[in-house]
Design a protein around this ligand. Structure first.
Ligand code: ADP
Length: 286
């Protein structure tokens, strides 16, 4: 088993109390359009760094591996991995009042409105806080400048990790993505082998194949078709690249070019995050 020493570089600034503002009062600074009926919900976030664990954000294009690396880190750091894409898919699966509207948006590769996404995230954070969660790694949020401004207004984000991979690999990874319909395990059948050209390095990523008991139960996400992935990449460049700049200008962005698949990337990511990684000798010997 791996052991991690926390050597976290927290860039958070102290603040006195838990801050909770209504969404409408927050958005009034950034957008004076009338708010939808969903917008009365509150985004409650704990602010005092002494009283919480890390608050990190993972940015990156569709298929880059935000979920993979964010969930590995949350297991080490003891904070929840909160992926807004998962919250959207849960809402879709619940067949609640928003389901048909969301399904149309997601299957076209478009972004859900800021109001809806803030509402889903607020509910998730509130549920977590009542269970004693103190920190998070956000994956897939914020994706617009407005979302970033709202988040910045209610809490201090310590660090934003920007995962990067070339577009050919991103497309192949999305198209190769498979999920076990029974256990929810994530796999990838794509074998990515991009030759280096004109001085740019090549890239090899081995497939992440399912164990035999999952192999016959694999499904693909409905938005992982070539046309929809290309639209999601286009929308990322249009709406979410400015979010990278937003955090870069605040000195919070850590750029991380993935050097390959998980075996190559994971130790390097831990190193870049200043997290010491070493084998637990007792477990290794057992
Ligand atoms: P991706 O693989 O494109 O990063 P996600 O699983 O994070 O996809 O999200 C799936 C879909 O959920 C997105 O295409 C979008 O429609 C919606 N979604 C997720 N997060 C957000 C967000 N922060 N703002 C708006 N829409 C979102």
């Amino acid at each position: 088993m791996a052991v991690v020493n926390r050597l976290l570089r927290s860039t958070a600034t102290p603040s006195s109390s838990i801050l909770s503002k209504t969404f409408s009062s927050i958005t009034s600074n950034t957008d004076r359009r009338p708010l939808s009926p969903l917008s009365h919900s509150s985004l409650h976030l704990r602010r005092d760094p002494k009283d919480r664990n890390v608050q990190w954000v993972f940015l990156g294009c569709p298929g880059v591996g935000k979920g993979t690396y964010a969930s590995r880190l949350t297991a080490l750091l003891g904070v929840p991995h909160i992926a807004t894409g998962d919250l959207v898919r849960e809402e879709l699966a619940s067949s609640g009042p928003l389901a048909s509207q969301l399904s149309e948006i997601v299957n076209q590769g478009k972004l859900v409105s800021d109001e809806i996404i803030i509402n889903l995230l607020s509910k998730r954070l509130e549920a977590g806080e009542s269970k004693g969660e103190r920190g998070f790694i956000l994956d897939g949020f914020p994706r617009t400048i407005r979302q970033a401004e709202i988040l910045e207004d209610v809490t201090d984000i310590d660090l934003v990790v920007n995962l990067k991979l070339n577009e050919e690999a991103l497309l192949a990874k999305c198209l190769g993505r498979r999920i076990c319909s029974e256990c929810g395990g994530n796999y990838n059948v794509a074998c990515i082998d991009i030759k280096g050209e004109n001085g740019s390095p090549g890239m090899y990523m081995a497939p992440l194949l399912p164990p035999p008991h999952c192999a016959s139960k694999l499904i693909t996400r409905s938005d992982d078709t070539e046309a929809v992935v290309k639209e999601r990449l286009r929308i990322y460049n249009e709406m979410s690249l400015p979010v990278e700049d937003f955090y870069r200008s605040r000195g919070k962005l850590l750029e991380f070019d993935l050097p390959g698949g998980i075996p190559e990337s994971w130790p390097k990511l831990l190193q870049a995050l200043n997290l010491d990684y070493h084998e637990d000798k007792q477990s290794a010997a057992a």
